[in-house]
Design a binder for this molecule. Structure first.
Ligand SMILES: [Zn+2]
Length: 507
């Protein structure tokens, strides 16, 4: 195998896949068309190619660290590529099914994937419940495809010689998922009291019509929308605030032609924001579907974190090691996304970036947003636990699984949830674990930047330069390696828990 040819084709394949997803998710294309791309580059992920990469890895001496890390990422990507190629028809079918799912609402037909946005904007608790029920009814019809797709992944993992799907991803990311789940158990315990009292406070304030023990998923979506804060987080200031934050770090966002932001509302656009790394560092795009208010701000900053990360990738690294861009461990890029996202948990940052705020108001916003973040971290802790169980089970269509999904989610979040989401609320490849590792890493990185550059690290150009240095290495290093390299040691869920509790108790 000629490794440089392989890497060139691997980069071209990923660019094409990213572009196809971008066009589909942004609402430019009605269907997701992966087939022609997978046909064209099918040779990249055959068992033969995987075997060649495996022996290339085995033949590379230990002291060639970068090449070994590269080959591990390349081999891992080839294995996940094999899984995806085997499941491609099911993936396309699922996308068709999800796009076709519709609900009737107020005399109009609405695509099911757009309903969460309607729920978030619905002030009436009864109507939120009605919308949630219709949304889940419409989405559930794709569950057989979801289960079949999981079966295909599991079979493929075995074909590749792994004991299980979990063993495959454990090998890829170097993560022991059970150990991670026990660490996040500790986090759930450590944040429990502060989370519950924050929830009680916010529910009394924003959801006065709903009894505390009747809070449901739709109420969370509405709460997360934070209407109260709309006058502070106006749509017309969104891009200006982003530009100001980046300029603080010495980055001129308005001049970054390589980062394209698609914030236009479009009827068939997916409401979930996403970053598409089409040809880093030259072509990085991200989409957000404006919902309004502070939610748009934090989402924009999150996606901008991904975009800045890949927009600053060293050009020579990108051509020599595209696997550090398109590799299958996402924790590193999620860590940088959370770093920008969590600027909103810093009262002094808010004071400098929103007009007409005083100290008390700023601290109140931090408390509110810290609750939202803690909800996410707790929810993903429950997701990881459930996903371990899901991927360990022999049968995916199972009432027991659905029931366990519901219980874990409700215990972690305090919001009731329908068990019917047990197959739709699952991301491929233990993405939940990538988020959790990223959150813990980000807590350490933020602490590190504060120690090194002061409380206002986000207004220090040297901090910006250090970030650019880190970003230039793409995802060459895992979050665990980065934590050690930067000198803040192991990533810590205690530190993450304590920083969330402190922010929920801000002021
Ligand atoms: Zn992200």
């Amino acid at each position: 195998m000629n490794l440089s040819d392989y890497r060139r084709d691997f980069a071209a394949y990923n660019s094409a896949i990213q572009l196809a997803y971008y066009k589909y998710r942004a609402g430019f294309e009605e269907s997701l068309r992966l087939e022609p791309i997978i046909d064209r580059y099918g040779d990249l992920f055959t068992p033969d190619a995987i075997a060649s990469l495996k022996s290339a890895f085995a033949d590379t001496p230990e002291n060639f660290e970068t090449e070994r890390a590269g080959l591990h990422a390349l081999l891992s990507a080839a294995r996940t590529g094999f899984l995806e190629a085997q499941a491609r028809e099911l993936t396309e079918e699922r996308a068709r099914c999800e796009s076709a799912a519709r609900i009737e609402w107020r005399g109009e037909t609405v695509p099911a994937f757009g309903v969460t946005k309607l729920i978030a904007n619905e002030p009436d608790a009864y109507l939120r419940r009605e919308l949630t029920a219709r949304w889940l009814d419409a989405s559930e019809v794709c569950d057989d495809l979801r289960a079949a797709r999981l079966e295909s992944f599991h079979e493929s993992a075995k074909v590749l010689g792994f004991d299980s799907y979990r063993a495959l991803y454990s090998h890829i990311t170097g993560t022991n998922y059970e150990r991670l789940a026990s660490l996040t158990d500790g986090l759930l315990e450590r944040t429990e009291a502060a989370y519950t009292s924050a929830l009680a406070r916010l529910a009394a304030l924003d959801l006065p019509d709903v009894a505390f023990n009747e809070l449901a998923q739709g109420d969370y979506l509405y709460l997360q929308r934070m209407f109260r804060l709309d006058p502070i987080f106006t749509a017309q200031d969104l891009m200006r605030t982003y530009a100001a934050a980046m300029s603080n770090l010495g980055i001129n966002a308005e001049k970054q032609k390589n980062i394209y932001i698609d914030a236009e509302p479009r009827p068939s656009k997916y409401p979930r924001a996403a970053c598409f790394i089409i040809n880093p560092p030259d072509d990085v795009r991200f989409t957000i579907a404006p919902t309004g208010g502070v939610y748009d701000y934090t989402t924009l900053f999150h996606e901008a974190g991904h975009a800045q990360h890949f927009g600053w990738v060293s050009r020579s690294l990108a051509s020599r090691h595209p696997e550090f861009i398109f590799g299958p461990d996402y924790a590193t890029t999620e860590g940088y996304a959370f770093l920008l996202n969590h600027l909103f948990l810093d009262a002094s940052w808010l004071l400098e970036h929103r007009p007409n705020l005083n100290e008390t108001l700023a601290r109140g916003i931090v408390r509110d947003l810290a609750f939202i973040t803690t909800h996410q971290v707790r929810r993903y802790s429950a997701k990881l636990k459930y996903e371990i169980e899901l991927h360990d089970s022999a049968q995916f269509r199972s009432e027991q699984l659905a029931e366990n999904y519901r219980t874990l989610q409700e215990q972690a979040t305090g919001f009731k949830r329908s068990a019917t989401q047990y197959l739709m609320d699952v991301d491929d490849g233990f993405y939940s674990a990538a988020y959790l590792r990223a959150w813990a890493f980000e807590a350490g990185l933020r602490e590190y930047l504060r120690t090194r550059y002061g409380r206002r690290w986000w207004a220090n150009r040297r901090a910006g330069d250090e970030l650019i240095d880190l970003w230039s290495t793409a995802s060459r290093y895992s979050v665990e390696e980065l934590a050690r390299l930067a000198g803040f040691g192991e990533i810590s869920f205690d530190l993450l828990a304590d920083s969330l509790v402190a922010a929920m108790n801000e002021g």
